[in-house]
Design a protein around this ligand. Structure first.
Ligand SMILES: Cc1cc2nc3c(=O)[nH]c(=O)nc-3n(C[C@H](O)[C@H](O)[C@H](O)COP(=O)(O)OP(=O)(O)OC[C@H]3O[C@@H](n4cnc5c(N)ncnc54)[C@H](O)[C@@H]3O)c2cc1C
Ligand code: SF4
Length: 704
């Protein structure tokens, strides 16, 4: 009741403020001329459509960002916390009521207003580091959404000379029609065979039933492996998100993120300094990932084993290593096809090599990829070999039950035995809520495999009342880690045409820092993420985007993060994760190497996503430009590789699953996803998650 009232009020607030948001969007995005003209009303229409498609948390957060917009800021802040809180409140209230004033101001006045707002926030940045609500972050989120809506306009695509695909001399798997690719055979199969929760709820008496929760890298592989090993078994694959196939993906970024990403790609850490990305449709994150598929070899494999062994974890490491190959064969993993590597990637590769950093082609899973550059929005051509196009169709073809739009709200856990502080329990069923709002369904099975991904798997356990096998010791949600990255962008005198090909082409390995640097690019809508400037400067950078190239240094954190209960967080939970000084130092080093590689190839300007939007124009100034970067620079740092939360440990006090991935203290529950990874692995993790899932699924006993 209270929630519904809040939602109604938020919609009312949004509707009243639409004209203001339109005017603000035009100002912050620099008005633009000709094909680049910023049309505020059009942006608001797109944003409103987006808001209708996101979950309540994202919707309320978005409306709050409009309400919290720091239109006025104190010229300086007093030292006393009390006085500071009062000043903040005063300027917050002033800003809240200033929307009409902004709207009625002239274009010149609005431009000056936004400039002053940014300048004040830049000065205030160090003081905001410890604030609970950081208006620098809320403003950046708002600007990014408005920027995406602007850059999703096909008129702007034409001005940018961007086309969603480039005709090639070869055809992708979906055939020759690149503009409206038809539904592929695999996609037809999935749509025709999908089941509803009601259809599969009851468990037949004499057939072993497995229920796998989550259809991403881990879940899809676990379901398929169980089926291959036990063809007589009944296997259910539940997925919280929708079934979206090649013919339904589309090139607009804002709508795609609402449909395909957890929390529309806006999940922030509790301190708001860190952004987590995860997929939420059939295929999970593999549907939106770049299909980079590293098998850790040499240093990386030895390092993984050494760090896991240091935690006392004794797996059959040879067997685990052997699992990669079979999976890689199904995913058609090979060096990214030279035909679709961009000029931008070649330029930076040459820069790295000039400085003595060897590069390698990134191993990836594709079939006749035409290099449209939109892997993160789902592949319209089924060229990307994700779980959606490989393991899940294989599973369904052989009689597996795929159930999309089935969100597991909780596990029904029955305690069987309790001795001292240890308990033994089993799962009897799961409760599933459906997207159509129908009554929850109870789904029975003999064995359960949780594979909802790092973060969601911990939430499912927590909501079900399982916090660990030893009472008083919470292991769930602990040891969260990430591979984290942040873009470096360079402008070159020559066109780099980085839209015209694979997003990721080459990688540089920096093993001593447990870091790799990948050449990368994103479609126009997502490019607004990296263009942190505002006003005319935003337009200047945007209009040079064909001359730009991105690289992303990605480093592995340590496992110091955790998932917590939080009233203000995402559906009652939050991720407590803050980069430490050592992490910032490593990121700085990766950015430094990248910036120098860009200058070595004649870049005229290089920048990172720092809030103050400063750039650097000479290699000699790179050290100064990056010196001491840290939390107060409000750089966009993202993790698409989230790991841990339910880590492997030989003792139940230390982790959630044992060395066979069985949950400690549970008779019939296993976890097969990135949440079991005890210490992060640096290289892109999807193939490792799949190998671990297969390793675990092969160890689930077949006997009833
Ligand atoms: C944008 C992006 C790009 C990436 N690029 C790469 C790359 O190129 N190479 C690489 O190696 N890695 C990449 N990754 C990371 C990689 O894809 C993931 O780490 C990997 O897929 C994790 O596997 P998982 O099974 O743990 O979770 P996921 O693949 O995320 O799957 C979890 C699934 O569980 C579902 N789920 C969640 N909660 C519930 C619930 N309560 N009930 C039912 N279902 C639920 C989710 O909707 C999701 O579909 C990328 C990730 C992203 C987001
Ligand atoms: S770039 Fe990605 S989305 Fe585009 S065709 Fe290749 S695999 Fe598919």
């Amino acid at each position: 009741m209270f929630k519904e009232l809040l939602i109604d009020l938020a919609w009312l607030y949004w509707k009243i403020n639409r004209s203001f948001v339109a005017a603000f969007a035009e100002t912050i995005l620099g008005y633009g001329e000709g094909g680049f003209k910023v049309d505020g009303r059009q942006i608001v229409r797109r944003v409103e459509h987006f808001l209708h498609n996101v979950n309540t948390t994202v919707f309320l957060q978005f409306v709050a960002t409009v309400a919290l917009l720091p239109l006025y800021n104190a010229p300086s802040l007093p030292r006393s916390n009390l006085k500071r809180a009062f000043i903040r409140f005063w300027y917050g209230a002033k800003s809240f009521f200033a929307h009409a004033h902004f709207l009625l101001s002239s274009r010149k006045k609005r431009t000056e207003w936004v400039d002053t707002m940014f300048q004040r926030l830049i000065e205030e940045a160090p003081a905001q580091e410890d604030d609970k609500v950081k208006t620098i972050v809320t403003l950046t989120m708002l600007k990014t959404t408005l920027g995406m809506a602007y850059l999703d306009d096909e008129r702007v695509w034409r001005a940018l000379d961007y086309r969603p695909f480039t005709p090639r001399s070869f055809e992708p798997p979906s055939g020759p029609n690149l503009e409206h690719p038809p539904r592929t055979e695999a996609a037809h199969l999935l749509h025709n065979s999908r089941k509803s929760p009601r259809q599969i709820a009851a468990k037949p008496a004499r057939r072993l039933t497995y229920c796998v929760i989550g259809s991403g890298a881990g879940g899809a592989v676990a379901a398929r492996t169980l089926q291959q090993r036990d063809p007589e078994a009944r296997i259910i694959l539940l997925e919280s998100g929708p079934l979206v196939t090649n013919d339904q993906f589309e090139p607009h970024v804002l709508d795609s993120t609402a449909r395909l990403f957890m929390n529309a790609a806006g999940t922030l850490s509790e301190d708001q300094q860190f952004q987590f990305l995860q997929g939420r449709s059939v295929g999970g994150s593999t549907t939106v990932n770049n299909s980079v598929a590293f098998k850790p070899e040499g240093f990386w494999w030895e390092n993984l084993k050494a760090r896991w062994r240091a935690l006392g974890i004794e797996l059959d490491y040879d067997d685990l290593h052997a699992q990669y190959d079979e999976l890689a064969a199904r995913l058609n993993v090979g060096a990214v096809d030279d035909r679709v590597i961009t000029q931008g990637a070649r330029t930076v590769k040459a820069g790295f090599e000039k400085l003595g950093w060897p590069t390698s082609e990134v191993p990836s899973g594709f079939r006749n990829c035409i290099g449209c550059g939109r892997c993160n929005l789902g592949c319209q051509y089924d060229a990307k070999q994700s779980a959606l196009t490989t393991f899940i169709p294989d599973f369904v073809r052989d009689g597996g039950h795929l159930v999309p739009d089935a969100h597991v709200a909780g596990l029904e856990i029955q305690e069987r035995e309790s001795t001292g502080r240890s308990r033994r329990s089993r799962v009897n069923a799961v409760t599933v809520t459906t997207a159509d709002g129908g009554p929850p369904q109870r789904i029975e099975a003999d064995r359960f495999v949780l594979a909802a991904g790092a973060y969601a798997s911990s939430k499912v356990l927590w909501r079900s009342g399982y916090l660990g096998a030893v009472s008083g010791v919470r292991t769930v949600g602990k040891r969260l880690s990430v591979n984290a990255g942040s873009p470096v962008i360079g402008f070159f005198p020559e066109r780099q045409n980085a839209f015209l090909g694979q997003q990721i082409g080459y990688a540089v390995e920096v093993p001593e820092e447990r870091m790799i640097i990948e050449t990368a690019f994103v479609p126009p809508g997502a490019a607004s993420l990296g263009m942190t400037a505002w006003g005319a400067e935003f337009q200047r950078r945007l209009q040079r985007v064909n001359h730009a190239m991105f690289c992303v240094p990605v480093f592995a954190s340590l496992a110091y993060g955790q998932i917590k209960r939080s009233l203000l967080g995402d559906s009652g939970f939050a991720i407590d994760f803050t980069l430490g000084d050592e992490d910032w130092r490593r990121l700085e080093k990766g950015m430094n190497i990248t910036a120098r590689a860009m200058f070595a190839m004649g870049a005229t300007e290089v920048f990172i996503s720092r809030f103050d939007a400063r750039t650097v124009t000479r290699a000699e100034d790179v050290d100064d430009y990056l010196a001491g970067i840290g939390a107060s620079d409000f750089i966009t740092v993202q993790a698409a590789h989230i790991q841990g939360g339910n880590v492997i440990a030989h003792k139940p006090q230390l982790g959630v699953v044992d060395e066979n991935l069985k949950v400690h203290g549970m008779d019939n529950l296993w976890i097969c996803d990135a949440s079991v990874i005890p210490s992060p692995i640096t290289l892109n993790i999807a193939l490792t998650v799949m190998a671990i899932a297969r390793y675990g699924a092969l160890r689930i006993p077949q006997t009833p």
